[in-house]
Ligand binder design. Structure first.
Ligand SMILES: Nc1ncnc2c1ncn2[C@@H]1O[C@H](COP(=O)(O)OP(=O)(O)O)[C@@H](O)[C@H]1O
Ligand SMILES: [Mg+2]
Length: 226
């Protein structure tokens, strides 16, 4: 029985650039408890997105383990990964990744419909989230009709509609003004509870200061835990 909620063991990831191999993550070892909100900081190019993509099972590490629920998620097959992403794991992408020909409410509801056939409920939940994020008047807008900040809020709503146990957010406030940054942060902090973990990659110092744990990525390693 692993006493941690999520554990990374010797996680490494490199990319090939022509003949050259770029080692982005080198032997990362971190244990996370639940009921925490964690920030991941580090300069641009330090591997924050790469790490979050591994944790969200969007990419595979070269070596290492990601232990969650006493299982090594790296060894999951595609079907298991799909199930985990429906029920337990969600990511807010750095660039939103909203579906361009779906409206705000449709983008959010679709995430719920991936795991349930209850269309009415999916729209009710999506509407509730849009209201909470101050987007009641953007429900039927398409991504191109929304500002970067509005799109980002839709992307966050989409990620949390299934109440994931692990939520990874990749610079979720990167496009937001001060007021919207605070609104999103308040919301992310409300997600902090037992059996849940939120990890946020960010450049925002104020945000990082408020989190339970700050991890600094540098030269492929976590150099600072505070
Ligand atoms: N798919 C990829 N192919 C090649 N190199 C990549 C790929 N993804 C990321 N990298 C490289 O990995 C490094 C870390 O990138 P990234 O994780 O996006 O950093 P951060 O999110 O901290 O800015 C960068 O040098 C980037 O160029
Ligand atoms: Mg990034």
């Amino acid at each position: 029985m692993n006493k941690y909620f999520l554990s990374l063991h010797k996680l490494s990831k490199s990319f090939k650039d022509g003949y050259e191999k770029i080692s982005v993550l080198k032997n990362i070892n971190i244990n996370f408890e639940d009921n925490k909100i964690v920030s991941l900081v580090g300069p641009s190019g330090s591997g924050k997105s790469t790490l979050l993509h591994l944790l969200a099972l969007l990419d595979s590490p070269d070596t290492g383990k990601i232990i969650f629920n006493n299982k090594d998620l790296v060894k999951s097959n595609d079907e298991e990964k799909t199930t985990l992403r429906k029920n337990d794991i969600a990511i807010v992408y750095q660039n939103n990744n909203l579906i361009s020909d779906l409206s705000a409410i449709e983008n959010i509801a679709l995430a719920y419909l991936n795991k349930s056939n209850d269309k009415n409920k999916s729209y009710l939940l999506a509407e509730k989230l849009l209201k909470e994020f101050g987007l009641s008047n953007r429900m039927n807008h398409y991504p191109y009709q929304m500002s970067g900040g509005e799109q980002q809020r839709v992307a966050i709503a989409r990620a949390i509609i299934n109440d994931p146990k692990l939520l990874f957010a990749d610079e979720p406030t990167g496009n937001l003004d001060h007021k919207n940054t605070n609104m999103i942060l308040n919301y992310l902090f409300k997600l902090k509870k037992n059996n849940r973990l939120v990890i946020i990659a960010t450049h925002n110092r104020d945000l990082a200061q408020k989190t339970d744990l700050r991890l600094t990525l540098s030269d492929g390693n976590v150099i600072n835990k505070s």
